[in-house]
Design a protein. Structure first.
Length: 232
């Protein structure tokens, strides 16, 4: 393809993604009460008696609805976005490259989704721990925008860090590291994972840190085993 044809192709893919994001965003705007209730559940599990949100600005409700529409549009449109990106990239790939790319893309989507799910279910415990630190004398009524920002950041961090084994296996396949090197440095890897989990956990609570660190250590050794199998 010529440069003009490439530009035309990427413009078409971008246009399709933009239309889908806009349509799904409108749907997220319409179903805003249901989405907000779903995102509020971890808070209600942590504080069942008073899990209402507190707004101090007349524009907070409108801002929150816009955020949920935008984030919802991006999140629920992600399969279409990934598919359009895949359709743009694959014509330039060789058969062997496509053979490896399909399982890697699938694994990346699965692991990212698993990280998001884990973050959703652990966030209630994180909120509960943060409330206990402040003592029972404090009655918590969170601003919904700040709550949503912390919640989405937590899910994003968990989703990205759960891509760790996929990246390790890819590095093993292209020869940057070997399974033997990874196995030899397992002690340093555990220390690095523990420190990174403490640093990157948005809520800063030990429960989330532990739930993030333990799977990553498990994924590290799984990646070593998968790398050995693929090298045979």
């Amino acid at each position: 393809m010529t440069l003009a044809e490439h530009l035309k192709e990427i413009r078409y893919r971008f246009f399709v993604c933009a239309i889908v994001i806009a349509l799904v965003g409108v749907a997220a705007w319409i179903f805003y009460p249901h989405i907000l209730h779903f995102l509020q559940k971890p808070y209600c599990r942590a504080a069942p008696r008073h899990c209402t949100f507190l707004v101090t600005n007349p524009l907070d409700g409108l801002t929150l609805r816009f955020k949920i529409a935008i984030y919802g549009g991006l999140f629920f449109s992600s399969p279409v976005i990934f598919y359009q990106a895949w359709r743009f990239i694959t014509p330039g790939m060789k058969a062997k490259e496509r053979k490896y790319a399909i399982p890697f893309v699938t694994a990346a989507v699965v692991f990212f989704g698993a990280g998001v799910v884990v973050a959703y279910f652990i966030f209630g415990q994180a909120i509960q721990w943060l409330q206990s630190i402040g003592s029972k004398a404090l009655v918590s009524h969170y601003n919904p925008n700040q709550y949503l920002s912390l919640f989405l950041l937590t899910m994003l961090i968990f989703g990205i860090t759960f891509l760790f084994p996929v990246i390790l296996v890819a590095l093993e396949l292209i020869g940057i590291v070997t399974p033997a090197q990874l196995l030899h440095g397992w002690r340093y890897a555990i220390i690095f994972i523990t420190v990174a989990s403490a640093v990157f956990t948005p809520s800063g609570d030990p429960i989330s840190m532990l739930v993030l660190a333990v799977p990553l250590v498990t994924f590290y050794f799984m990646a070593i085993g998968v790398g050995k199998l693929l090298k045979k």
